[in-house]
Structures are given as C-alpha cells and as structure tokens.
Design a protein around this ligand. Structure first.
Ligand code: ADP
Ligand code: MG
Length: 588
C-alpha cells in the first residue's frame, strides 16, 4: 500500500480506542466534564452496563450556543490555551478529546444551556457526524445521552468485559468522584434502580460511609496535615479496623483519583508495627499540591500522574497518616477500649495488648490458669464436641496425648512416633472445613443459625457482587436479602458462625469475592466455605483448656488430610523420637 494520510473517521476511531475503551471510561469522561463545569448536582443513569445507554445530567455552566459544535471537534477545549498551561492544570479535563471520541463511536445527543443564553440547544450526532441542531427550552446545565456505544465498532464490542464487571466498574468510578467532591450531589441509577446517592453536604465522612459501605464511623480517624506545602486530608482507619488487601486505600491528587503503588505504600508504611503483615488500612486521602508540581499529562485516561518531587509527596502522606493514627490511637478513650476488650473482635497482637476474642474466664493477660489445673472438673461447655461423623471415621493420625499449650497458639502433643507441635488455628480450620464439606456433599441443608436481623451497608460495586452470589451464599447457610440500595439484611449464618460477628464475616467474604475473579460457581462456593472456616476457627492467641485441646486433636485425628489447613499451610510440625534423640546427642 502507498502511504496515505488516514481519513478523519479512522483517526477519530483510533483516538477513541484510547480514551473510551469501555463504557465505564465514557462515564468517567462525562462526569469529569460535569465537575469541570462547576456542577453541584450530577445524575448518572445507565442501562445494561452502559452499552445501551448512558445519560449524564448536570447543573453546571452549560456550553454557549455558538460553541457547541466546537465541543465535539477533536482537540477542542476551553480548559487550555498554550503548551505552558499544561504545567498548571486545575481541571480534570484538558485534552479536548473526550466528546469527540465518544461521539465518534456512538449515537449521542446533548442538550445544553449556558448560563448567559436565553434558551438551550439540542445537538444530535451519529458516529461523530452532526444529524440535527435546534434550540430547545432547557434548564441551565448539560444533559448528554450516549446510546449504542461502539455500534460502528463491532470488533470492540466483542472485547468488552462482562456486563457485571462493567456495572461494578461504573459504580466504583461514581463513588470515587463522590468522595473527591463531597459538595457535589451525585445520583447513580442502574437499570431504573437508584444504587447510590450523596447529599452534597460536603461531609466527606458521610460520603465515605456510603461509598465504602463502612459500618462504623468510630473506626475512622481524621487526617489533616500540611508538610512541604502538600496538604493531606481525609480519613484513615484505626489499626483494629483493617482489610486483607490494599483496595480500600483511595487516593486523590488535586481532585483526581490516582493509582500509585508508591503512595499507597506510604499509607501502609504509616501503620508500621501497628498492623499485622497481610492486613491493610481503609483510607480515603485527598492530597492538594500546587498544580505545577504535578504532571497529569502522562496517560490518555489521566489516572497516572507524575510528581516533580515524589519523595516529598510520599513523606507528606506517610507523616499525615502516621500522625493521625498515633495521635488518635493514643487518646485515653481508645486506650480504654483496647484495655477492657470492648467491642473490637479483630485481634491485632501488635496493637492490642490483650486477647479480645475470649470466651473463657480469664484470670489475667497471659495466665494459663485453666491449663495448669488440668485436674479440675471439666467445664460444662466443651467448645469442640465430636461432629456427627466424628467417632465413626477412621483415624488418619495416631492417637495423640495433649501435653499443653504454648504462646496461646500451639498445642504440644505426644504420640507413638514422637512429638507434635500443632497450630491450633490451622488445625481447627481443617476440622471445620472437612465437616462443612461433608455436610455439603451429603446435600444436607447447612444448618443455619438465625440472627436478630442485622443490616449491613456495603459499597455499591460490592452490592452488585453480593446480589450475584446471594444464591450460592444461601446454599451455604447464609440468609441474606437485599434491603434498599446497597443495604442487606442478614437473617442467618451457618451454624458454626454463631459466635462470630456476622458483619465482619460478610466483609471477609466480600474481600474474597472481589479478589477472586475466576468465573464458575464452584470456585465461588469454595472461597465462601474457606472464609467461613477461617472465621469460625479458634484464633491464635486464644487460651484453651485441656478439654478443648483434646477435643480438637480428636477431631483432627479423623480428618482426611490432617496435615495441612484448607489453604495448604501445615497444621503441625512433627519431631520423631529419633530426631529428638539425635538433637540431644543420644544417637551416633
Ligand atoms: P476537555 O474536557 O479535555 O476540555 P472534552 O472533549 O471532554 O475535552 O470537552 C470539550 C469541551 O466541551 C470542554 O472543554 C468544555 O468546554 C465543554 N464541555 C464538555 N462537557 C461539558 C459540560 N458537561 N458542561 C459544560 N461544558 C462542557
Ligand atoms: Mg473532558
């Protein structure tokens, strides 16, 4: 082929491929435009993940009648004049590409009225070509309707993610903007159902509760600190309130949501020694920095930024968060709560000086009174009664004699083949897992423990995920029903979770579901079962009576695979009599 300049349509589609590669990207660009236009109310309505229809209305400045066509021209923007301006951008948009790109791959109509115009204008485009323009009555602001996205790009349609993934992504985008702009009132409707709204009161904490589905405000500490002219404000969680992944750390720089592993690490670092490894805080932080210190022109989707001095941004964030956590965690109120073992159920050995999730009478921290008086009469409630199939199953381990417990975490036992050191949490997880799976395999209805109905509020994307899995959860003994937008009622949990905090259990399950992206019902069920067992198992740090340890070991002896926990880690360390003899130099 001879070299030719590409036709305008082709250029437009190539550019559109970068900026609007999926429906969620369209939503993002249009919401950014509304925010840039100074809107205080933004309403987003989506039909079937946005492929069919996306409609966004705002009460912002509107576009003057004589500039409307220009708004759809490529590289047309009101936000930037000269190249120099690129170094102090204060708006979310600046590339002048979004409207042109979106219009080139959809059927689009826009109604807009500029604050100074007496009437509004309606413009209709198809594949980027203007079909109609006329004046209409309209309130101040702009409404854009994007229909049949990618109608002229059948190849792109084939590459779109599943409908549910896209819906979650859209909800995620809206909740993020709502947090970055708490003074703006947001409404998100998916398939005719309102799934998220904020009231525009300006209270970040209110928006966060809603957007992240947080259940306890008291767990969030306010952050507000300026260091090297970098202002960091927002909220970060108490060490006792933590999650199993980093996804709940949300960062904005000058009103723009950013993804930055290094800055996320700054937040995690601030909790050094306060959180167990593998646990992460929940945080929403709004960083404000002079625009000339940030380069936002790194990537077409503008989700990455570069800092002139990234080290100072790192330390400003780390310092602000650390300060918030230390100041507030050292307040007498919190100390009191930790000391008397209040409502917190997550035991964090670094932060919490005492064991909190204890049902046994405790004489004092670290005392092993129950064990030391092993001859005392057995407590009437033995925590590990034999399961229904217990005695009938053959042993897979030799009979073990419990000697005692160390570190409130490991059981020492003796068997014919030597010494066994057993991880009580891993062992109990294994026992529960096999019991649960056996019940499930027999198609027994998993026995359910009815709760006084409790409501749980979750983040909109997670709500979609929960809805998708409500049947799988029901089969495993969870009684959960939708109850208003993003709120669910928990009426029952699998019987083995009778003692656990149902809200915490659901949070864990949601974490697992969010993390596992493998499709297929089996995988989902397995993840839920693993979580149930983990939650129900006795914890490390829990003092056990001799009877409790004996019951646990008896059950472990009858597991099919007693040597590993369901996550594949070992349940025990075995030292043979020979090894012991060798260690003591008794054998040659
Ligand atoms: P950019 O946001 O990078 O300037 P866009 O293609 O997204 O580029 O928008 C082009 C121009 O159209 C903007 O600069 C702005 O002047 C105008 N515009 C777009 N959406 C709106 C809106 N919702 N309200 C007011 N003006 C808008
Ligand atoms: Mg824009």
């Amino acid at each position: 082929m001879a070299i030719q300049i590409l036709a305008e349509d082709v250029v437009a589609q190539i550019a559109a491929g970068e900026v609007v590669e999926r429906p969620a990207a369209v939503v993002k660009e249009l919401v950014e435009n509304a925010v840039d236009a100074g809107a205080t109310f933004i309403r987003i309505a989506i039909q079937s993940d946005g492929r069919r229809r996306i409609q966004i209305s705002d009460n912002g400045s509107g576009i003057p009648a004589d500039e409307i066509e220009l708004a759809f021209a490529r590289h047309a923007t009101s936000k930037l004049r000269a190249a120099d301006d690129l170094y102090h951008i204060e708006t979310l948009g600046f590339r002048g590409e979004a409207l042109a790109s979106i219009a080139s791959v959809s059927q689009l109509s826009m109604t807009t009225r500029h604050e100074t115009d007496p009437s509004g204008t309606l413009l209709r485009l198809e594949g980027g070509h203007i079909q109609q323009k006329r004046s209409v009555g309209a309130p101040r602001g702009t409404t854009i309707t994007v229909e049949n996205l990618f109608f002229n790009m059948p190849a792109r349609l084939k590459f779109l993610k599943s409908e549910n993934t896209e819906k979650r992504q859209i909800a995620m985008i809206i909740t993020r903007y709502a947090m970055a702009y708490p003074f703006v009132r947001f409404e998100l409707e998916q398939d005719g159902r309102e799934v998220f709204r904020t009231n525009g009161s300006g209270q970040l904490l209110d928006v966060m509760m809603n957007a992240l589905g947080l259940d306890q405000i008291k767990n969030m500490f306010e952050v507000n600190d300026t260091h090297l002219n970098i202002h960091v404000r927002g909220y970060t969680s108490a060490p006792s309130y933590n999650r199993s992944d980093r996804s709940r750390i949300t960062l904005f720089v000058n009103g723009r949501w950013i993804q930055d592993t290094s800055l996320t690490y700054a937040v995690v670092q601030a909790y050094h020694t306060l959180l167990m490894t593998g646990r992460f805080p929940v945080a929403v932080l709004l960083v404000n920095i002079a625009p000339e210190e940030v380069d936002v022109n790194v990537h077409p989707t503008k989700a990455e930024v570069r800092f002139r001095d990234s080290d100072s941004v790192f330390s400003a964030i780390q310092r602000a968060v650390r300060r918030a956590v230390i100041d507030q965690a050292e307040s007498p109120m919190l100390r009191g709560r930790l000391a008397n073992g209040g409502a917190e159920r997550v035991w964090n050995p670094a932060a919490d000086p005492v064991q909190l999730d204890m049902r046994l009478p405790m004489q004092g921290t670290g005392q092993y009174a129950v064990q030391q008086h092993a001859d005392a009469p057995a407590p009437d409630d033995t925590e590990f009664p034999d399961g229904p199939q217990g005695p009938a199953r053959p042993r897979t381990l030799p009979m073990l004699r419990v000697v005692g417990q160390i570190g409130a975490s490991y059981i020492i036992a003796e068997g014919p083949a030597g010494l066994y050191l057993i991880d009580q949490h891993a062992a109990h997880e294994r026992v529960l897992y096999e019991q649960f799976m056996a019940e499930h395999a027999r198609k027994d209805t998993i026995s359910q423990y009815a709760l006084a109905a409790q409501t749980i509020q979750v983040a909109p994307p997670e709500a979609r995920l929960l809805e998708e899995n409500i049947d799988a959860l029901a089969e495993l003994g969870f009684g959960i029903e939708p109850f208003g937008p993003n709120v669910f009622v928990i009426r029952g949990v699998p019987a083995m979770l009778a003692d656990s905090d149902p809200i915490e259990t659901m949070a864990g399950i949601l974490d697992d579901l969010v993390q596992g992206n493998k499709p297929g019902q089996q995988a989902v069920e397995d993840r839920i079962v693993l979580r149930v067992c983990k939650q129900a198992a006795i914890k490390a740090g829990q003092v056990l009576s001799l009877e409790q340890m004996q019951a646990l070991i008896r059950q472990l002896e009858r597991c099919n695979t007693p040597l590993t926990c369901p996550h594949g880690r070992p349940t025990m360390i075995h030292m043979t009599s020979d090894q012991l003899a060798r260690e003591f130099g008794r054998m040659g």
